[in-house]
Design a protein around this ligand. Sequence first.
Ligand code: NDP
Ligand code: OXD
Length: 306
Amino acid sequence: MRILFCCTDFKAEPWLAALRAALPQAEIAVWAPGAPAADYAVVWAPPQQFLNEQPHLKALFNLGAGVDALTQLKLLPQMKLVRLDDAGMSVQMAEYVCHALIRHFREFDQYAADVAQGKWSFRRPRLRTDFPVGIMGLGVLGQRVARAVAQFEFPVVGWSRSARQVEGVRCFSGAAQLPEFLEASRVLVCLLPLTDETRGILCRETLSQLQPGGYVINVARGAHLVEDDLVPLIESGQLAGAALDVFRQEPLPPEHPFWRHPKISVTPHTAARTLRDESVAQIAGKILALERGEFIAGVVDHQKGY
Ligand code: NDP
Ligand code: OXD
């Protein structure tokens, strides 16, 4: 069995070593143009040339949960794309979102500013019932985040494409129920895949439908947010602020206003990192399952785009 590794942004050596340890029977190499045909590939944002040269792969394993870097390429309909299915990311995402939510709700930035000035001052406690959290995307990550947020006793609402039932979450689905979902949310967490339907979904029109003092946590993809709409909504007081992990251009350019806005907090696309051991174990397990002719989870639906 021959496996190619074609991942921009990843240091190849440790991944090759881990893959070789998990699949000692396989021949595993870094892709270079003109490489002989392989059975499987492990990829992250590969070039179109890679797909053109390897049209007969049995499966391509994406080293992330979001496959938008792949779906923007010209893909053959028979190409089986497999995304990471949690692989240690959901608990990290739950940590990130709870941290951003609680930092905002408990006004910890304001406390830190007071403390920096030597001020011992209290703020009036706020009611968590006044901060319903709306989670866009009730998939692997969204459901884990919903569970974690509910543990802190915030009301939780969720929105997905198809109707879902998630314990402790008031669920909405489809475009028709989006307004009702937004009106029920004050803190909005985006955990949607980036598709033609979801690009630009965080915009003036939708964000204006949040409850007053809305707060945006975008941990999905930068292109979900219409960036130019955000600052005016914050400046007008409609939104209280935002915590952003993902951006249209990454790294975020030094001159970008988000860096310095006092009500926007920025992190460098780090909410849920790809973990090597968990990811390799999952991919190796799925390759072996495919070789046995078994069903595997996490296969991307080309029609839906995720
Ligand atoms: P899943 O595919 O498991 O879940 C996606 C969810 O979004 C599903 O509930 C799906 O609905 C819903 N959805 C998709 N399209 C629509 C739509 N048009 N309208 C309403 N709901 C929709 O994905 P994951 O939870 O694993 O990951 C989510 C995203 O998180 C990734 O695509 C990636 O972009 C991002 N991510 C970011 C990371 C970071 O570090 N910042 C790390 C990892 C992932 P349904 O249930 O009906 O299918
Ligand atoms: C992912 C990511 O999609 O890291 O996994 O953003």
